[in-house]
Every structure is written in structure tokens, then in C-alpha cells.
Design a protein around this ligand. Structure first.
Ligand code: 5CA
Ligand code: ZN
Length: 412
């Protein structure tokens, strides 16, 4: 699939500390240490509804990782998928008497527009499950041939499942106990109660064709893939056997990233699949997680059509720490709009206080597990001083504009 258009990232002089990020597998904030090329796989949308502020917050968090790594001189190889075939998409299409292909294309197009408006740097590869069907089926075939997968004991639908015991380390990414894993699997698209599986947590790799469901021909027989193997195949084939970061919202910690990692590790023998498993917190509305299934959504496209500056949406979402579950509120947006207005006023002055220290602070706060609340507070402090005392540095306003653009993706 084509990705979306990129925005220019201004170059700013100097450099900052290397990026430390929280890793769900170890439960610690650890240094990231990519080589000249930094590899990042962030799970994409299931396109059955428009981009809501929860999605936006998650993609903004990883956009900051991208920007900080770029600022440190890494060539960031970023890959993202689109789950354009899965049960939720088929269910929504059925409910609305819509064609699932058209629904997926429409919502993916809107997502691209939203990401572009929010100035999220595009992935180098933006890959739909449907277009990757051949490579996904190939990986399932290899897992089956290598003894990491099996056909469930069911004459009618001998679906292929992954054997979670083969790597000997299943559970290391989420660190959840078995009861929690079973509960989450049931809640998030898994089928721990399916008869004929070897272990309750074994996830589906290939679902044999059912009447009335879309399916694809393959050596496995006509069918469609399970969810986790989609991401494992797309990531492995573009980024290699071990990646610097696997990211998504915290609802992907289990089963999605645990299972995707296990698939990759069983196939390559290289562990861990990702050096960092990074997860963003959930954005809520009225006390509940914002989710398509709950329907309590605020859409990026709706705010844009009301004339809201996407930079204000960006600042509002970055005002909280990416790992904190936090609510979206009208006040949050208002505060962001006021903040942006002050920053714009300060950076349109002819002279201002020197900003080298602010740039270093921005870099230092972001390198500290993306501490955006502290980064934004540092900009506030500089802007307040500029508006009070003016200052004498004629280069400072442009430096601040460039730094906010490059590091935070905020265009003043
Ligand atoms: N297609 C799969 C990943 S392969 C998927 O989870 N799609 S999604 O459309 O449901 O979610 C896309 C991304 O947004 C995921 O990383 C998910 O964790 C994140 N996300 C969903 N809801 C929220 C929320 N309320 N707050 C923050 N992030 C969210
Ligand atoms: Zn995924």
C-alpha cells in the first residue's frame, strides 16, 4: 500500500543523549542502542472505523521515537501494517451492509489523511494483510513444517495453530501469569476454549475457509491468517530477525506482541525478537478506554473538520506522558490551543532569550522515556521569559520553531 506524504524535518545543530525507553519485557527503562539503521515495527490500525484520539496518541508516541532517533543520526527503518482482513472488520461490514474491502479502503484512506495532518512521519513500508497474504501463508507453512505449529483436531476445519511451548519462553514479553493470559486471550480475539488445541493459549495461524467468509488459496488450503502471524511475517521480511523496537498500545502487550514474538523466535531461533517492546497508555473518554467496540470515540477527522488545528491535537496528546492511561477532555484541547498561541507569539518576536539551553532540555527530556510533559513545560518557561523580557537573541525564535518541529513535530 502507499504510505502517506512526509513533512520536512528541519535540521538543528548539536545532539542530545541517546534514547532510553521503557521495555515491557523487562519492566525497566533501558537504553535503546540501534546501529546506523534503527528498525521499528509499530502495529497499524484495523480499518473499520475512523482514527480516534487513542490511535492518534499511540502513533504520536512512536513518531517521537522516530524523531529522536533521527535527531541522533540513525536511519530509521519504520514499518507498519494495516489489518485489512480480520473478524472485527467483517463484523462491522456485515452490521452496516458494507463491503469489507470498501470499508477497509475508505478507513485506511482517512487514517492516512489524519496521520498526514498530525504530521506523523510515514513508515517506509505500509503493508496491508491482504497484500502480504502470500508471505504470511509462507511463514505459517514454515512453522508447520518446522514442528512449531499443528492442525487442530477437527475434521471439518483443520485450522493451523501455533504451539506456544516450542520456544520455552512464552510469557516473557508480557510477564503475565497464566490466568491473566487466558482471560486476556478470551477478551482480545483469542479462543482459549476451542476444543482440539494442545494448549489453551495456542493462537490461530491459519483459519480454513468457512462458507461466506473471504479466503485465499495457499499450500495450507484456502483460508485466512490469524492476527499475530500477520505482523510477524510483515516485520521479519522487511526488518530482519531482530528489531530495535516493537510498539503499540498497551492492549497489544498480550496476546498480540507475546504471540508475534513467539512466532518470529520459533521461526528464526533468534531471541528476543525485539530489543524493546514499547507500549503506550490508553486514552479514555468519560472514564472508559476509547474503543471502536465501545463506541465512545472522538475522531481526529471530526476535530479537523471543525477547524481544530492538528498541532493543537498533537500538543494536547503530548501534554500527558505516553505510558499513562489518560482521558481526553475538551479542556485538554483548550489548554493546548492556549499553549500553542503563546508559543507562536513568543517565536514571532524579533529577538528572544537564547534557546540553546531549551533545545538541550527538549532533547534530554525526550531521551528520558519520552518525557513530553517536562519537554512542554520547558517550552512554556522559555516562552514566558521571552514574552516578559524579550531578550536579545535574534536567532532564538527560529531555533525554537525548528526544534519544536524536528523533535516534537509541532509546527508553529
Ligand atoms: N491492527 C491491530 C494491530 S496489528 C490493532 O490493534 N488495530 S487497532 O485499530 O485496534 O489499534 C491500532 C493501535 O491503536 C494499536 O496500537 C492500539 O493499541 C492503539 N489503540 C487503540 N485504542 C487506543 C486507545 N484508546 N488509546 C491509545 N491507543 C489505542
Ligand atoms: Zn500488529
Amino acid at each position: 500500500m502507499h504510505s502517506w506524504a512526509s513533512v520536512d524535518v528541519p535540521r538543528i545543530g548539536g545532539s542530545g543523549p541517546s534514547l532510553r525507553l521503557h521495555d515491557s519485557a523487562t519492566g525497566r527503562i533501558r537504553p535503546t542502542a540501534p546501529g546506523p539503521e534503527a528498525t521499528m515495527y509499530v502495529c497499524g490500525i484495523t480499518p473499520y472505523d475512523a482514527t480516534h484520539l487513542g490511535h492518534a496518541a499511540t502513533y504520536l508516541a512512536f513518531d517521537l521515537v522516530n524523531r529522536v532517533w533521527r535527531d541522533l543520526g540513525h536511519d530509521v527503518h519504520y514499518v507498519q501494517n494495516v489489518t485489512d482482513i480480520d473478524d472485527p472488520l467483517l463484523e462491522r461490514a456485515e452490521r452496516d451492509q458494507d463491503d469489507w474491502v470498501v470499508l477497509g479502503m475508505r478507513e485506511t484512506a482517512l487514517f492516512r489523511e489524519d496521520m498526514e495532518a498530525l504530521r506523523v512521519l510515514p513508515p517506509r513500508h505500509f503493508i496491508g494483510a491482504v497484500e502480504a497474504m502470500g508471505e504470511i501463508a509462507e511463514l505459517v507453512g514454515k512453522l508447520l513444517a518446522g514442528g512449531s505449529a499443528y492442525r487442530v483436531d477437527d475434521d471439518e476445519y483443520p485450522d493451523v495453530y501455533f504451539d506456544t511451548t516450542v520456544t520455552g519462553r512464552f510469557g516473557y514479553e508480557s510477564n503475565y501469569d497464566e490466568a491473566t493470559m487466558i482471560a486476556l486471550s478470551r477478551e482480545r480475539g483469542g479462543d482459549p476454549d476451542r476444543p482440539g488445541k494442545r494448549h489453551a493459549l495456542d493462537p490461530l495461524l491459519w483459519r480454513m475457509a468457512r462458507p461466506g467468509e473471504p479466503s485465499w488459496e495457499s499450500d495450507l488450503g484456502a483460508g485466512r491468517p490469524g492476527w499475530h502471524v500477520e505482523c510477524a511475517a510483515i516485520a521479519l521480511n522487511r526488518l530482519g530477525n531482530q528489531i530495535d523496537l516493537n510498539g503499540g498500545g498497551s492492549d497489544l502487550i498480550f496476546p498480540h506482541h507475546e504471540c508475534g514474538a513467539a512466532h518470529a523466535e520459533a521461526h528464526t531461533g533468534v531471541a528476543p525478537f525485539a530489543r524493546h517492546y514499547a507500549h503506550s497508555g490508553m486514552i479514555g473518554l468519560d472514564g472508559e478506554k476509547m474503543s471502536k467496540s465501545r463506541g465512545n470515540l472522538v475522531f481526529v477527522s471530526k476535530l479537523r473538520s471543525q477547524g481544530v488545528d492538528p498541532n493543537a491535537i498533537r500538543v494536547a496528546l503530548l501534554a500527558g506522558h505516553y505510558r499513562t492511561d489518560r482521558p481526553w477532555t475538551a479542556e485538554l484541547l483548550e489548554q493546548a490551543q492556549e499553549r500553542l498561541a503563546r508559543w507562536r507569539e513568543a517565536t514571532s518576536l524579533a529577538t528572544a532569550p537564547a534557546a540553546d539551553d531549551l533545545v538541550l532540555r527538549l532533547r534530554t527530556h525526550l531521551a528520558d522515556d519520552l518525557d513530553t510533559p517536562a519537554a512542554l513545560a520547558a517550552v512554556d518557561a522559555w516562552a514566558a521569559e521571552a514574552l516578559e523580557r524579550r531578550g536579545t537573541d535574534a536567532a532564538a525564535p527560529a531555533l525554537v520553531r525548528n526544534a519544536l518541529d524536528a523533535l516534537l513535530g509541532v509546527a508553529l
